[in-house]
Design a protein around this ligand. Structure first.
Ligand code: THU
Length: 163
């Protein structure tokens, strides 16, 4: 057995103002989207915003349900909506943020595992990295250069691919 260490590199912004310019309107859009989430059971409102290659900004927010597992996360709402409504248009970046039940909007918010898997597939499909920005807590932001960074060993079953 050989031990291998995997390294990931992320960029940190100490405030909204120091984010790369193109990510600011996207994060602002995600914050707006979070406010409109339907999250009556968790009271944890998540917003996601995608920037498409044609300049479109597209949002998603978590949609909960009384049958709890039927609910869907904000990121998946956004990515599925992009794939359904803008098929073939490249996704250039994604912003994710949340408002917790104490109404705090500067809490760290990282995508769940299922959303990482879904976002990673669209990244692989388009063959172009999708940078992701998310709050790191206390007004800071974390930017990853792609989705793969968030999901080492993502599920990619060659034999399952059709076409
Ligand atoms: N949630 C998201 O929308 N995105 C994530 O990546 C993690 C969790 C939602 C699901 C549920 O509505 C609420 O946050 C609490 O888990």
């Amino acid at each position: 057995m050989t031990e291998r260490t995997l390294h990931i590199t992320v960029a940190e912004a100490e405030s909204f103002d120091t984010l790369p310019e193109y990510l600011k309107p996207l994060m602002a859009k995600a914050q707006e989207a979070a406010k409109a989430a339907y999250a009556p059971y968790s009271n944890y409102k998540v917003g996601a915003a995608l920037l498409l290659a044609d300049g479109t900004m597209l949002i998603g927010n978590n949609q909960e349900n009384i049958a709890y597992p039927s609910g869907v996360c904000a990121e998946r709402v956004a990515f599925f909506s992009a794939s359904a409504n803008y098929p073939g248009i490249e996704i250039q970046a994604v912003a994710v943020t949340a408002i917790n039940e104490r109404n705090q909007d500067d809490v760290a918010c990282t995508p769940c595992g299922a959303c990482r898997q879904v976002m990673a597939e669209y990244e692989t499909k388009q063959g172009k990295a999708i940078p992701l920005v998310m709050p790191g807590g206390n007004g800071t932001y974390v930017v990853t250069k792609n989705i793969a960074t968030l999901l080492p060993f993502q599920f990619e079953a060659e034999g399952l691919k059709k076409g």
